[in-house]
Write a protein that binds this ligand. Structure first.
Ligand code: KIV
Length: 273
């Protein structure tokens, strides 16, 4: 078993994740969008790095994930891939790159695999996109599913509130999760759903179920890096644990630097040629 202090050198594959589920070892996943952060995460021993389309929010400042393009996702994913030697790197297919038809979905997934070097893609949705999921998997590309709150469909639902609180939606979620497993997905993300429902799905599926705002009964957890490090202070859902206040730390360092420059304290004699 790996801990942050004794990181196993073994490369994380989709097969390793299913072995972890069998052993009851929790899977730790975080987002990253650039080389420098991905390097820190990989060296710290993270199991899975998600090049999420949340890059649209935290890297580009958009209100939703919808504007980010396939070209932009490929740029972020290639940068992350350059940094990683151990973690499994999964790349979100962005809105508009797979919903049209299964051929478009396959072409987008192939571009990600060819142009980034990453190992898998993630798509949001269940029955509605099952043909695309099957076609991508039949081309040998591993897929992580994503159900529950699906940010690419925000305009259909109108809010970011907890999903599947009522029986009908919960039943559809369970059916979709089973469909994704049958279609060959290697794992599923469940976002912002009741903890007990997530537990039922995690126990019923053989593939790993990774939660975000889905309680402790899933096989692993994922958070957006900028949220958990406190770089982004605008987003404080109940499920988010902040491990740092990097916004304050960086502000402190930048303020000190400004003062040092203005007062001619920087550079000093040792900091020049
Ligand atoms: O884009 C993203 O960061 C995600 C996670 C919230 C799971 O999909």
């Amino acid at each position: 078993m790996s801990t942050a202090n004794t990181v196993s050198a073994k490369v994380v594959t989709t097969h390793v994740l299913s072995e972890m589920k069998l052993r009851g070892e929790k899977i730790a996943m975080l987002t990253a969008y650039d080389y420098s952060m991905a390097r820190i995460l990989d060296n710290a021993g993270i199991d899975v790095i998600l090049v999420g389309d949340s890059a649209s929010n935290v890297m580009a400042g958009n209100i939703t994930t919808l504007p980010i393009t396939l070209d932009q996702m490929i740029y972020h994913a290639a940068s992350v891939h350059n940094a990683v030697s151990r973690a499994l790197v999964v790349v979100d297919l962005p809105f508009g790159s797979y919903q049209g038809n299964s051929l478009e979905a396959l072409q987008s997934a192939i571009r990600v695999m060819k142009e980034t070097g990453c190992a898998a893609v993630k798509l949001e949705g269940g029955i509605e996109i099952i043909d695309s999921i099957k076609r991508i998997i039949s081309a040998g590309i591993p897929i992580m599913g994503h159900l529950g709150l699906m940010p690419q469909s925000i305009h259909k639902f109108g809010t970011y509130t907890v999903r599947a609180k009522h029986d009908e939606e919960a039943e559809k979620l369970i059916t979709d999760a089973k469909l994704l497993e049958e279609a060959g997905c290697f794992a599923i993300v469940l976002e912002k759903i009741p903890a007990d429902l997530a537990g039922v799905i995690a126990r019923e599926l053989k593939i790993p179920v990774i939660g975000i705002g889905a309680g402790p009964q899933t096989d692993g957890q994922v958070l957006v890096l900028h949220d958990m490090l406190g770089i982004n202070q605008d987003f404080s859902p109940r499920f988010l644990r902040r491990y740092h206040n990097l916004y304050a730390e960086i502000t402190g360092s930048v303020t000190t630097y400004i003062n040092d420059v203005k007062s001619s304290d920087f550079p000093n004699e040792r900091e020049q040629y």
